[in-house]
Design a protein around this ligand. Structure first.
Ligand SMILES: CSC[C@@H](O)[C@@H](O)C(=O)COP(=O)(O)O
Length: 379
């Protein structure tokens, strides 16, 4: 794991606590999560955010509560209780598919434990072990994404005659240790480039209105000694025009079957800019962010957040009105980047191939259906 703050701390005996991201970087406070309701509230209020982390905190919050439950009732009662809590947890935030994918996997675990065991203890144990496995697997997945994304960026630089140079990379939102269990996805690619000595500089968009770039990504850069520069979102075009960037690398909250990708609001604008300036645009996503069941971007639910996140400046728990009182506000938290603008989707199992018949689309279902280890490497 990187030197940056841990987004969560968990052990079976010590329970779960999460870094309150509403207070970072002004203070570094951990909040205990004792049950599913605490987890739901932490996710909904953005104390924790980032697609993989939302899923993990939800799964582990329920694991903590399950660990405390009586172990002798019939297995059916335990399964029914877990199912009811899982459907509640799914409702906290709608766009990031990692949460519902995690709940689906955990529900299957509960169902098969029910078939093989007759006591609540067996069902709870199966659930808790599966939730703990998700946590363990996340950092390894991020490291693999980091390597795959770094390979892709360096190959693209090689192809355009900048093979020996260090990369200048642009990113948005926070996709690092604070959005995952550690290392990060898009920020993991930046970490991997830096670790290889191939990063000249990473540029972080501040990411209005919630400022995940300014508050969290900038914080991770500083903590880890990554050469980073903060820009406001509207400076990205000028950055490309005046100084040039080698690649833009972003995270994802949901990748639809054709590769259309929902990510933090402002991502689509960056992809359009990249197309204009001939800059490769990479999406990074663990397999848990791929959603073969959602046909295209127009089917992805886009979360709309309260207007005061835009009309007020919130800092360390305090809110200051910025916009004229009475003005109406539209505040979608995410946008959808069409697959046709995406150069590559780097996952923990390599690059998702483009569809042969529709080269501007990706074949997410085909990719997920391939047996492990047989997926294509990044081109
Ligand atoms: C590895 S994090 C990927 C995405 O979840 C990230 O880019 C993002 O959009 C986070 O949005 P947030 O609203 O802060 O949860």
């Amino acid at each position: 794991m990187s030197g940056a703050l841990q987004s969560l701390r968990y052990s079976r005996s010590g329970g779960l606590e999460v870094l309150d991201q509403l207070k970072v970087p002004q203070s570094k406070q951990y909040t205990p999560i004792k049950n599913a309701e605490d987890a739901w509230k932490a996710v909904r209020s953005m104390q924790v955010r980032g697609a993989p982390l939302i899923a993990m905190v939800s799964a582990l919050g329920l694991a903590v509560e399950a660990t405390e439950r009586a172990k002798d009732p019939p297995a059916e009662d335990a399964a029914a209780w877990l199912r009811q809590k899982m459907s509640y947890l799914r409702t906290s935030r709608p766009t990031a598919v990692n949460l519902s994918n995690a709940m689906e996997v955990l529900e299957e675990v509960v169902n098969s434990a029910l078939q093989s065991g007759s006591h609540a203890a067996q069902v709870y144990e199966a659930y808790v072990c599966a939730a703990e496995r998700m946590l363990e697997e996340d950092v390894a997945a991020n490291k693999a994404i980091g390597e795959a994304g770094a390979d892709a960026i360096l190959a693209a630089m090689q192809a355009c005659g900048r093979g020996g140079s260090k990369a200048r990379v642009l990113t948005i939102c926070n996709t690092g240790s604070l959005a995952t269990a550690g290392w990060g996805t898009a920020l993991g690619v930046i970490r991997s480039l830096h670790a290889r000595g191939r990063l000249e500089r990473a540029f972080a968009c501040e990411t209005r209105p919630y400022n995940q770039g300014a508050r969290l990504t900038a914080f991770e850069f500083v903590e880890d000694g990554i050469p980073g520069t903060l820009i406001c979102d509207s400076m990205a075009a000028s950055l490309m025009q005046r100084f040039g960037v080698d690649a833009c690398v972003v995270g994802a909250d949901r990748v639809a079957a054709n590769g259309d990708t929902a990510n933090k609001i402002g991502t689509y604008a960056l992809a359009v800019l990249c197309r204009h300036h001939g800059v490769p645009f990479y999406v990074t996503a663990p397999l848990t962010t791929l959603d073969a069941k959602t046909r295209s971007g127009s089917d992805i639910p886009i979360e709309e957040r309260p207007g005061d996140e835009l009309s007020c400046l919130k800092l360390n728990g305090e809110s200051h009105r910025l916009a004229a009182p009475g003005i109406e506000v539209w505040n979608p938290a995410f946008d959808v980047t069409p697959a046709s603008l995406i150069t590559g989707i780097a996952t923990d199992k390599g690059l998702v191939p483009k569809r042969c018949s529709v080269p501007e689309d990706y074949d997410i279902a085909g990719f997920l259906a391939q047996p492990n280890g047989k997926r294509k490497k990044l081109a």
